[in-house]
Design a protein. Structure first.
Length: 151
């Protein structure tokens, strides 16, 4: 029974992180912490790293904290919480940084239904260079209209 509960917590956390990514992106990155996110939209830097990468660090600390607390206390469900956050972070890194923005030259030829939809939605998001008028703040789950052939 505990394994099933562990798996449910992991999957629920992973899915909840898509909401957190959307919320953080829309209200924090395009809000009061635009200074950290702006270089990601404007590409006004020469470094491989962006100030925007600080958001990864924040969620990594939350994930590690859940796991470390779980390892040293009765808080056993910190393991699936922390690993759910980590799992989402890995998925986000592969989809956003590697697949979409090509920070590593991999997955360039991926051209299936899902890949095209995610790319379209993200391209629409980046057409807005300022913090206002943004759209498509999620990452793994994007509106169905971007999966249509003529979207």
């Amino acid at each position: 029974m505990k394994v099933v509960l562990w798996l449910v917590i992991f999957l629920a956390t992973f899915c909840f992180m898509e909401f957190m990514a959307w919320f953080t992106h829309k209200y924090i990155m395009h809000g009061f912490l635009w200074k950290l996110h702006k270089d990601h939209h404007l590409k006004d830097h020469d470094s491989w790293f962006e100030r925007n990468d600080a958001f990864f660090i924040f969620y990594a600390v939350v994930s590690m904290s859940c796991i470390m607390i779980a390892d040293n206390t009765w808080f056993w469900y910190g393991w699936p919480l922390g690993l759910g956050i980590l799992g989402y972070g890995i998925a986000y890194f592969f989809v956003h940084d590697i697949f979409i923005h090509q920070r590593f030259k991999m997955f360039r030829n991926a051209n299936n239904w899902y890949a095209r939809g995610v790319r379209r939605a993200h391209k629409i998001h980046h057409k807005h260079l300022g913090k206002e008028e943004g759209e498509n703040f999620g990452m793994l789950f994007v509106p169905f209209k971007y999966f249509k052939k003529n979207a």
